[in-house]
Write a protein that binds this ligand. Structure first.
Ligand code: ATP
Ligand code: MG
Length: 428
């Protein structure tokens, strides 16, 4: 059970420097006492809930004098649409809006915060970032794999960095939390502000991460192609594997957007292949009724079915998943082989294609908002926090509570009910 104390944001000290941002140009300042309620629903007649996140936004007083600051930006983990938008908008807010003279681009993720493993950082300029939001990927490069927080704090201190922006998923923000704690332990005045990046939309206390909607648009296109393939032959099966290691948000949302999916398989909902209630029997019923089917499977779904269960991990310590897409393709093909229902399975695995596209319009807006508010937070001396979206407001979330475990799709709620209604997968 969260308390208001759990949501308290750490600060480096009393902000005393008047902000150079003028009210007229950028709206009102936001006081530190302003909250965005955690829960916005309540029953008529009952006392409204009071628990709330600190509201993000420009502060009237800053902790850092922008003219005497140096910022650094690092991107870590897998690619996600919008990384370059964040870099660009951070640079412009820091440099042009606040007048921070120097912004360092850290190369290749946390590896670039260790002189022994990474290339030297680059000084970002307006010319460098001007057009990057039209490109997928990250101009700074990224990586997986741990670095020693004390080495990274040494690096930041030796480069005179006061403001560090960490753009990444749960792993990155866990690393950022360790950097913030190490800086605090040494009394180093470094503001560490995380910006949540995960195409899977699985960061806790973040309603929607950037890149998610762009991924849905691309996934919907692929599902559409799979549907065309499936309908073009008798008993065609379009099988699409999408991202979602621990959470099925992409699979669920793109199913809803497409409206053409018959089976959506996500990590949160275990399924069986065999038996009367198993996927294969249901698929057979669907093919008998309609002569074609579309299956969407999240990469983390059905891992218990894979016999060659892997205990290997990637460089960051994340478990390497078995390939559920290839497995299902084989199982479906084998099941129907030799029966009176010959099937034609067309398998699509668009993961890398999807995550490397550039951000769509909705994500571009979100990136601009998150980057701008991250700059406001850091210059006000706030640290060890994530800038996050909550009920369409931008808020500060302590890294300590948003990392360590991921957000998963709540199957009792609207999104999964919509998936069940659209697919009819409980009918077959
Ligand atoms: P995504 O999974 O969405 O691609 P991520 O940020 O979770 O993004 P990871 O590769 O897991 O990606 O982590 C990114 C960086 O953070 C890596 O350099 C990794 O070593 C580091 N990291 C991961 N987990 C931790 C942790 N618990 N403590 C410190 N650093 C971590
Ligand atoms: Mg991760």
């Amino acid at each position: 059970m969260l308390t208001q104390e759990d949501l308290r944001i750490a600060t480096l000290g009393e902000p005393t420097i008047p902000s150079p941002i003028h009210r007229g140009a950028s709206g009102k300042y936001v006081p530190d006492t302003m909250r965005v309620l955690y829960d916005i629903e309540c029953h008529e007649g009952s006392a409204p809930p009071t628990l709330g996140f600190e509201k993000a936004g420009p502060r009237e007083k800053l902790f850092f004098d922008p003219a005497r600051c140096r910022a650094a930006i690092v991107t870590c983990g897998g690619l996600c649409p919008g990384l370059n938008n964040i870099i660009r908008n951070l640079f412009y807010t820091l440099h042009s809006t606040y007048g921070v003279p120097q912004v360092l681009g850290i190369r290749n993720g946390f590896a670039g915060l260790n002189p022994a493993t990474g290339p030297s950082p680059v000084w970002l300029t307006s010319d460098m970032v001007e057009h990057i939001h039209h490109m997928g990927g990250t101009i700074l490069g990224t990586s997986r794999g741990p670095q020693d927080p004390s080495v990274m704090v040494d690096f930041l201190r030796s480069h005179g960095v006061n403001l560090l922006f960490t753009i990444g998923g749960d792993g990155t923000q866990s690393g950022a939390h360790k950097i913030a704690q190490e800086a605090q332990r040494r009394g180093a005045k470094i503001a560490v502000v995380g910006i949540p990046k995960t195409i899977d939309n699985d960061i806790k206390y973040c309603y929607r991460t950037f890149g998610f909607l762009s991924a849905i648009s691309e996934a919907e296109r692929v599902i559409d192609r799979a549907h065309v393939e499936a309908k073009s032959v008798v008993n065609g099966v379009g099988l699409v594997k999408l991202m979602g290691r621990e959470a099925g948000f992409i699979a669920a949302a793109s199913t809803i957007a497409s409206g053409e999916v018959n089976f959506t398989l996500i990590p949160e909902v275990p399924f069986e292949l065999q038996g009367p209630g198993g996927l294969l029997a249901k698929l057979e019923a669907r093919l008998r009724a309609r002569q074609h089917a579309v299956i969407v499977v999240a990469e983390g779904a059905g891992q218990h079915l894979l016999t060659q269960h892997s205990i290997r991990t990637d460089a960051s310590g994340n478990p390497k998943l078995g390939d559920i897409g290839v497995f299902l393709k084989e199982q479906v093909t084998d099941h129907f082989r030799g029966r009176e229902i010959p099937v034609s399975v067309k398998y699509f695995d668009p993961s890398y294609y999807i995550r490397s596209v550039h951000a769509g319009a909705a994500d571009s807006l979100l990136c601009e908002q998150l980057a701008r508010y991250a700059a406001h937070a850091a210059l006000a001396g706030k640290t060890d926090l994530l800038v996050s979206l909550w009920h369409e407001h931008t808020v500060h979330v302590p890294l300590a509570i948003s990392t360590g475990e991921v957000k998963r799709l709540d199957t009792s709620r609207d999104m999964w009910n919509a998936v069940l209604a659209i697919t009819g997968q409980e009918r077959w």
